[in-house]
Design a protein around this ligand. Structure first.
Ligand SMILES: [Zn+2]
Length: 278
């Protein structure tokens, strides 16, 4: 599976401080395709610098992005369900009242929302891509706001759970996103975050050629930096999982199985999922 990126044609770039700790002390880390990643000398966060302006970035999430989401819908959905099962989301939320509310930010075509609704949740979605939001409404009957979470202006304490898979690495201010997630969550509400793991085996092997070292990813988290962001933003981290050792097709099955299990056990999987409680 190829990670999608439109690239950065005609976009304006700006020098930015570390999106997690605000420091400007940094060193070059690696170059991706059309982008440069640095690591913060103070908190070790890996982020793009210079970074495209968000107003320019938004143009990347159009028709082509929608086609990518549709083409990969079944696979992405399967991975999200595996992640939720890994942190026992169903077990942890089993005793919630019947009017429980679930928000998926970056919900794409609404496949997960449809499944959660079948499990008795009231669901809402947010997505920047107008085509995806329209598709989710028309084909899944789920209500999706087109824009950013901040623009959706949900009332405070609206949801028992906020899920965002492969979103936090795309936004210019992960802190602002997490603050808004916290605001719209009820007390003790759950945040489910999934993002590529820059401390994973694949990132270490491939560096700038890693499939997640792309222009659309403004920040690349590790278990450590993602945990810091969640804790800084007022979450208690309840569970951490990483998974995916060797990419499909890069190693024979006899090697991939054991390496994947090792990576998961040691926290060097390609993707990290963190469950936080408000
Ligand atoms: Zn930093």
């Amino acid at each position: 599976m190829k990670t999608f990126s439109v690239g950065a044609v005609g976009e304006r770039f700006a020098d930015v401080p570390c999106p997690v700790c605000g420091s400007r002390r940094r060193r070059a880390r690696f170059r991706g395709k059309g982008c440069r990643f640095v690591s913060c000398r103070d908190c070790a966060l890996v982020y793009q610098n210079p970074q495209p302006l968000f107003d320019d970035l938004k143009g990347r999430y159009g028709q082509a992005y929608f086609q990518y989401e549709i083409a990969n819908e079944a696979n992405f959905y399967r991975l999200m369900e595996l992640g939720l099962a890994d942190v026992d989301f169903a077990g942890r939320t089993a005793l919630l009242p019947p009017d429980r509310r679930f928000l998926d930010v970056g919900c794409a075509t609404g496949r997960l929302l449809e499944a959660m609704r079948e499990r008795g949740w009231q669901v809402r979605g947010v997505d920047l891509c107008p085509e995806s939001a329209a598709y989710a409404g028309k084909h899944r009957g789920v209500e999706v706001f087109t824009g950013t979470l901040e623009q959706a202006r949900f009332p405070a304490a609206s949801f028992q759970a906020v899920h965002f898979s492969h979103l936090v690495e795309h936004v210019p201010s992960p802190r602002a996103l997490l603050a808004e997630v916290r605001r719209v969550l009820l007390p003790a509400g759950l945040a489910v975050v999934t993002t590529p793991n820059v401390d994973g085996l694949q990132a270490r092997l491939f560096r700038g050629g890693w499939r997640s070292a792309i222009a659309d990813h403004l920040t690349l988290f590790s278990v450590r930096t993602l945990r810091r962001l969640l804790e800084d933003c007022g979450f208690e981290v309840l569970a951490v999982q990483t998974w995916g050792g060797l990419a499909q097709g890069t190693a024979p099955a006899w090697l991939k199985g054991p390496v994947d299990r090792w990576a998961k056990r040691r926290g060097h999987g390609d993707v990290v999922l963190m469950l936080g409680r408000r």
